[in-house]
Design a protein around this ligand. Structure first.
Ligand code: SAH
Length: 186
């Protein structure tokens, strides 16, 4: 099973109609569509990406799937989550997804960076509801990816977050899926 599918399988266990969720790296919009379907007509997806190309492509996809009402896009760095999302929904976000690295088929120079990734992850945890889940796929095969991966491991340890990891294959540089679960408010 691909790691993206594995992430969806895990997330489905925790998603319900009416949920509010965040896609922190919209990319080609596949996670956005998945989330929009799961949260139903009364749910909401807040979707972030730096690149206009990603937002345009994903908007087309969301329109084709007739899910426009359920999605709000922000062409912005995901480290600005707390600037865009109202403070009232802090503690009310059920799921956050991250798929790091570069946009497949896009500009490989535009990649996620440890400082903003870590900042976005800490903010995501603050917005998460109790029993909420963050899924994050990190890629170690590209320049900087391994450094980002190591910093993520350090942060998760430091914060004492409950986390399970799933490698995509048996290589030392396999992509890694992190599933972080918030058990209580802290
Ligand atoms: N590598 C994955 C796809 C990752 S897409 C795969 O193969 O499936 C990653 C997306 O994150 C890209 O669209 C990129 O534009 C976006 N991105 C990079 N840095 C970002 C940031 N700081 N804030 C929000 N989005 C960012």
């Amino acid at each position: 099973m691909r790691l993206t599918e594995r992430a969806h399988t895990e997330l489905k266990k925790f998603l319900n109609p009416g949920d509010q969720v965040i896609d922190a790296t919209t990319g080609n919009g596949y996670d956005t569509v998945f989330l929009a379907r799961q949260v139903g007509a009364n749910g909401k997806v807040f979707a972030f990406d730096l690149q206009a190309e990603s937002i345009e492509e994903s908007t087309r996809l969301i329109e084709a799937e007739k899910l426009v009402q359920r999605v709000t896009f922000f062409q912005s760095c995901h480290s600005k989550i707390s600037e865009f999302l109202p403070v009232e929904i802090k503690g009310g976000i059920q799921v956050v997804t991250f798929n790091l690295g570069y946009l497949p088929g896009g500009d490989k120079q535009i990649i996620t960076h440890p400082d903003t990734t870590l900042s976005a992850l800490v903010q995501s945890y603050e917005y998460l509801s109790v029993n909420g889940i963050i899924s994050l796929i990190a890629y170690r095969g590209h320049d900087g990816g391994n450094r980002e991966y190591n910093q993520l491991i350090e942060l998760i340890k430091k914060m004492k977050w409950s986390c399970q990891t799933y490698p995509g294959n048996e290589s030392d540089h396999s992509p890694m899926l992190f599933i972080i679960r918030k058990f209580k408010t802290d």
